[in-house]
Design a protein around this ligand. Structure first.
Ligand code: IPE
Ligand code: IPE
Ligand code: MG
Length: 245
């Protein structure tokens, strides 16, 4: 049952993005190891994907691991990557059955070969699905994304000098196609959990006009009700894009 107002159902965001934060604090509150928080957080991701499908959201993305998160203790990084492998094994059949296209974006060169192979096979397997695109940002940062886009543009100019003027005349929409999010609409709503009010180097370019929602709930406690409340909050926002209404 979707318990949402008509206003909310009319204004469902196309792309919802979640900055999952607070796993460590959730575990600490219970006297558990940080990894227990990450483990419980996987179920929050699972229910949010289901809630997004139910609500008719077309793109759901999650910030799972930032470029800066590589600086965490090796054991925690290893647990997070291990959880990623386990979650793909556990949920890929269900995602595919429900028509979910699975995508991983980020600096994949830093991931190990085994993980990259599993990601590729899940992406290929679900590539034809079109009910919901579920994107995991892994080893991602906004500055990295903008920099890799600029580098690719520079290389294109060097390799195709005849396209120099066309590339230099490009507008902001033209630049979009160099970002790893090429073809994906910018997020309409970014929700960050755990009471932190910052983007932490997430989708910097793509969030230019995104509605931001900061909630106190710790990520492992963020479930369907919280997701639907975020959609309710979004439906009440007035997006003006710099214009006068
Ligand atoms: C979010 O929870 C998960 C990742 C960033 C990988 P944290 O691990 O950041 O949890 P806190 O912020 O320390 O509570
Ligand atoms: C942001 O959380 C990154 C992810 C959710 C993957 P962090 O816990 O790493 O962010 P900071 O360090 O509090 O800014
Ligand atoms: Mg954190």
């Amino acid at each position: 049952m979707i318990d949402m107002s008509a206003e909310t159902m009319k204004n469902v965001p196309v792309h919802v993005s979640l900055i999952m934060d607070g796993n460590g604090r959730w575990a600490k509150e219970r006297g558990q190891e940080r990894v227990q928080g990450h483990f419980e957080g996987v179920e929050s991701v699972h229910v949010c994907v289901q809630a997004a499908v139910k609500a008719g959201v077309k793109y759901l993305s999650i910030f799972a691991f930032s470029e800066e998160n590589w600086n965490r203790p090796e054991a925690e990084v290893g647990s997070l990557m291990g959880l990623m492998v386990k979650a793909m094994a556990t949920y890929m059949d269900e995602l595919d059955r429900e028509g979910v296209k699975f995508v991983v974006l980020g600096n994949r060169a830093r991931l190990d070969d085994g993980l990259n192979r599993i990601i590729d096979s899940c992406m290929e397997r679900t590539a034809h699905n079109d009910r919901l695109t579920f994107i995991i940002f892994l080893s991602y940062s906004g500055k990295w994304d903008i920099l890799q886009a600029a580098k690719r543009m520079a290389v294109e100019i060097l390799e195709c000098p005849e396209r120099r003027d066309e590339i230099l005349d490009m507008d902001v929409n033209g630049f979009d196609r160099y970002l790893v999010t090429a073809g994906i609409p910018d997020p309409d709503l970014i929700v960050r959990t755990s009471g932190e009010s910052r983007l932490s180097n997430y989708l910097l370019w793509q969030s230019a006009y995104t509605e931001l929602l900061f909630v106190d709930t710790l990520w492992p406690d963020f479930r369907e009700k919280d997701f639907n409340e975020a959609l309710e909050a979004y439906a009440k926002r007035d997006r003006r894009y710099g214009k006068v209404k």
